[in-house]
Design a protein around this ligand. Structure first.
Ligand code: AMP
Ligand code: MN
Ligand code: MN
Ligand code: MN
Length: 280
């Protein structure tokens, strides 16, 4: 079975409409798919409807921005009830922080000689409730300040770079609590991407486990094959279920394509087991 439980639409920083992501998942042979936009659930109704039309199994998801040990961590909420009030209130607060950050980014980029970046980024914002660094990156690329989206992060927007704004997102405890309250499972997204010391890394996994977090993403596009093995071991070690998700954002970006990843290693318990069996 081809399961892809991590993807984005233009309701956050992806390039396609939710129905277009559904069609692409179906065309790529995905059997079960989750849309998991950053801090936003407004694409889920369209996604569910499109998935149904394609006969594609659908899991409503969200990717919540969290700050842990002064670094950003992404926590996936999978199989959530999107309209849960505590979840919605939490996500709305994070989206407000995104706009505060965007205004600070405008000032920092002006200091770098790039004027009116906020207005420029807004041209790429499709969902008026959500602004992302990716929208700034698209503007910097379009205006010729950088040669690629990656260069926009490497030169200006990435952690510690000239226009980086440290932002206080949700706490790990709040994010997990909202996801569980909304009936979902909490899953640490792409654990291989966080630049933690081994001690901080263990602190994240242990705290997440204690809070009721259930899973970690093992197979995801930003992991190397060595990291597939490393996080498979860690899932067993900490007693986590395992997830598989492409983190698809847009056609033609790197190796990230819906449904195109190795299967989950046999020894792991998939996060989706109860959901996909229930519907048989
Ligand atoms: P934001 O959530 O607004 O801080 O933006 C982070 C998003 O930027 C990620 O979800 C990725 O989609 C995208 N991104 C692309 N390249 C990078 C990079 N080098 N560092 C951080 N984010 C990146
Ligand atoms: Mn993203
Ligand atoms: Mn992420
Ligand atoms: Mn993602």
């Amino acid at each position: 079975m081809n399961v892809d439980l991590h993807s984005h639409s233009r309701q956050s920083d992806g390039a396609l409409a939710p129905a277009e992501v559904a069609a692409r998942a179906h065309a790529n042979g995905v059997d079960w798919w989750a849309l998991s936009d950053h801090d936003e659930t407004s694409g889920l109704a369209e996604a569910a409807q499109a998935a149904q039309a394609h006969g594609l199994g659908f899991i409503p998801g969200v990717e919540v921005s969290v700050t842990f040990c002064q670094k950003t961590v992404h926590i996936l909420g999978l199989n959530i009830q999107p309209d849960h009030p505590a979840l919605q209130a939490g996500l709305a607060e994070i989206r407000r922080s995104r706009f505060t950050r965007a205004h600070q980014l405008d000032v920092l980029l002006a200091d770098c000689g790039i004027a009116q970046a906020y207005a420029g980024a807004l041209k790429y914002v499709e969902n008026p409730d959500l602004i992302s660094r990716v929208h700034f990156a698209r503007h910097l690329l379009q205006e010729g300040h950088v040669k690629s989206l990656q260069q926009a992060f490497d030169r200006y927007l990435g952690e510690g770079k000239r226009a980086f704004v440290p932002t206080q997102w949700a706490t790990l405890a709040d994010a997990v609590a909202w996801i569980l309250a909304a009936g979902g499972k909490a899953v640490i997204a792409h654990p291989g991407r966080y630049k933690y010391t081994p001690q901080q890394h263990d602190a994240l996994f242990s705290a997440f486990k204690d809070l009721g977090g259930q899973g970690i993403e093992v197979i995801t596009s930003s992991h190397t094959s060595a990291q597939y093995k490393q996080y498979a071991r860690m899932a067993l070690q900490y007693g986590f279920q395992a997830s598989r998700g492409s983190d698809f954002h847009a056609p033609g970006i790197g190796r990230t394509e819906l449904g195109r990843m190795p299967p989950l290693p046999d020894e792991l318990t998939p996060v989706w087991l109860d959901w996909t069996q229930e519907s048989l």
